[in-house]
Ligand binder design. Structure first.
Ligand code: FES
Length: 208
């Protein structure tokens, strides 16, 4: 199993708390504007990941609204469990009108099975490479509604503090920001209801 850090509310285990502390320190010190190579130095490096092997994650303990960060091929990977309100927001016309590519038409940004409204295999789980498509900073998870420092109409999403790009909770980029395209969805699949594999496409996965 791969280790993952928790970015969301309600960490339960000491391991999760420790990893959350790392993430929290990053934000508190203003280092959220740092680029990915710095974050990588904080996270445990594993030989298998360097070699590009798939990683397996147990997502059974994720609470709605909670996000963890894992590492795959030297990149940070977010796994967010979206709640019902998040899912409703992602389908709202009000939001879609403000997005540059709401239908994920840029094919390089997601596998075919994630070219849908929620950009995921299962609506509640959002899996994404946590690297801004502008110049490679790591955006910040900002799930709250209303964030005057970002946007008066903010309904939750990801904010890149480097040059103020904004993405919704499906990683879709807003119009009028520097990032040109949506965040990248990595190949992923499920071997059972609660076990996620990053690095293997759904079609290649056999159920246990
Ligand atoms: S790197 Fe994210 S907005 Fe520039």
């Amino acid at each position: 199993m791969s280790e993952a850090s928790n970015n969301g509310p309600g960490p339960k285990s000491p391991k999760r708390r420790k990893l959350l502390t790392l993430t929290g320190l990053t934000g508190l010190s203003g280092l959220a504007i740092a680029s990915w190579p710095f974050l990588r130095s904080l996270l445990p490096s594993r030989k298998a990941q360097v070699l590009g092997a798939p990683i397996q994650l147990d997502v059974s303990e994720l609470e709605p609204g909670e996000q963890i960060t894992a590492e795959w091929r030297g990149q940070p990977i977010w796994v967010l469990k979206r709640d019902d309100e998040m899912l409703r927001t992602l389908a709202s016309e009000n939001l879609l009108d403000r997005l540059r590519d709401p239908d994920s038409e840029v094919r390089t940004q997601q596998p075919g099975y994630a070219k849908n409204e929620m950009r995921s295999l299962k609506p509640e789980y959002f899996i994404c490479i946590a690297i801004c498509t502008h110049l490679g900073c790591v955006p910040v998870y900002r799930p709250e509604r209303g964030a005057p420092d970002i946007d008066k109409d903010w309904q939750g999403g990801y904010f890149c503090p480097c040059h103020k790009s904004k993405f919704d909770l499906a990683g879709r980029v807003f119009k009028g920001v520097p990032a040109p395209v949506n965040l990248v969805i990595p190949p992923h699949s499920y071997v059972d209801e609660e076990t996620l594999v990053i690095g293997i496409d759904q079609e290649q996965t056999r159920m246990r």
